[in-house]
Design a protein around this ligand. Structure first.
Ligand code: NAD
Length: 285
């Protein structure tokens, strides 16, 4: 049985080119989508992510506004900037690159973003809407994973889905999205007993652990679909996922590579949310 490699880069390119046409049409109607990207400090990985987001904006025709703040920026100053952007009509989406330096409380910052401009969908209002089945914005990484599962051609209904990781940005919303598509979802985490047994039971595995090549081929049920959210940089600078790709692809029916899987899809979904935000702010939700 061959294993299909789910090419996130290709799918993201397709989605971005559709968005580009949509943005061109919107501009004719006087809607000019804009995204503010805030980065605090000098974390090299954050810098790479911010640059990719700005580049995607350029490709699509979304205006991007970067705010690069010093590592020692205070919470009040950051929230002051967000308040200003909340009122700025040119800015439809506000993204604060995480993690933030220690002196800043992430929850307070997320809570200060206008939910209508919260294109990451981290604000409690948007999390609540997702939980109750009426989302406005879908969280970018889990939404990207759903698109990749769709690409694999599998219907999630009734499938055993195992999500490994329970973070607010990936694991938890991932579980909610799979549930909304009628999956039977198990969420595993650092305190889960018999993890291997649970993974072995899964038709769909979503790994968001943050541990290089943690999930091996022999954990996986033959024919399962494996989505690898992990991005881990090894010492020689090589990027690997949370799944051992070489052994996993021998047993899975479909798998995402790292890089080139979930990562590009996350950015495409952010662009989608920004365009959606611009339309909603102009035409009302
Ligand atoms: P996190 O550190 O917030 O969460 C990791 C989760 O893994 C935790 O919930 C923890 O309980 C679980 N975990 C840790 N050790 C475990 C173990 N031994 N067994 C089972 N579960 C265990 O991380 P996160 O923000 O959710 O990100 C996870 C990974 O995904 C990271 O590698 C991150 O870089 C990557 N990521 C990628 C994208 C993307 O666009 N591709 C987006 C966000 C995060």
């Amino acid at each position: 049985m061959g294993c299909k490699v789910l090419n996130g880069r290709e799918l993201a390119t397709r989605i971005k080119s559709e968005l580009k046409s949509e943005v061109e049409a919107l501009k004719k109607k006087g809607i000019f989508p804009g995204l503010a990207v805030i980065i605090v400090g000098n974390d090299p990985a954050s810098r790479v992510y911010v640059n990719s987001k700005k580049k995607a904006c350029e490709e699509i025709g979304i205006q991007s506004f970067e705010y690069a703040l010093d590592e020692d920026t205070g919470e009040e100053e950051l929230i002051g900037l967000i308040n200003k952007l909340n009122k700025d009509d040119k800015v439809n989406g506000i993204l604060v690159q995480l993690p933030l330096p220690k002196q800043i409380n992430e929850d307070k910052v997320i809570n200060s973003i206008d939910p209508k401009k919260d294109v990451d969908a981290f604000h409690p209002v948007n999390v609540g809407k997702l939980m109750t089945g009426n989302p406005v914005f879908l969280p970018c990484t889990p939404a990207g994973v759903m698109e990749l599962i769709k690409e694999s051609g599998i219907d999630i209904t009734g499938k055993e889905c195992v999500v490994i990781g329970r973070s607010n940005i990936v694991g938890k919303p991932m579980a909610v999205l799979l549930l909304s598509q009628n999956g039977t979802v198990t969420v595993c985490h650092s305190k889960t007993a018999n993890l291997e047994e649970k993974i072995k039971n899964a038709d769909i595995i979503v790994a968001a652990v943050g541990k290089p090549e943690f999930i091996k081929g022999n954990f996986i049920k033959p024919g399962a679909i494996v989505i690898d959210v992990g991005i881990n940089r090894l010492e020689g600078k090589k990027l690997v996922g949370d799944v051992e790709f070489e052994t996993a692809k021998e047993v899975a029916s479909a798998i995402t590579p790292v890089p080139g899987g979930v990562g590009p899809m996350t950015i495409a979904m952010l662009m989608k949310n920004t365009v959606k935000a611009a339309v909603f702010q102009k035409e009302g939700i």
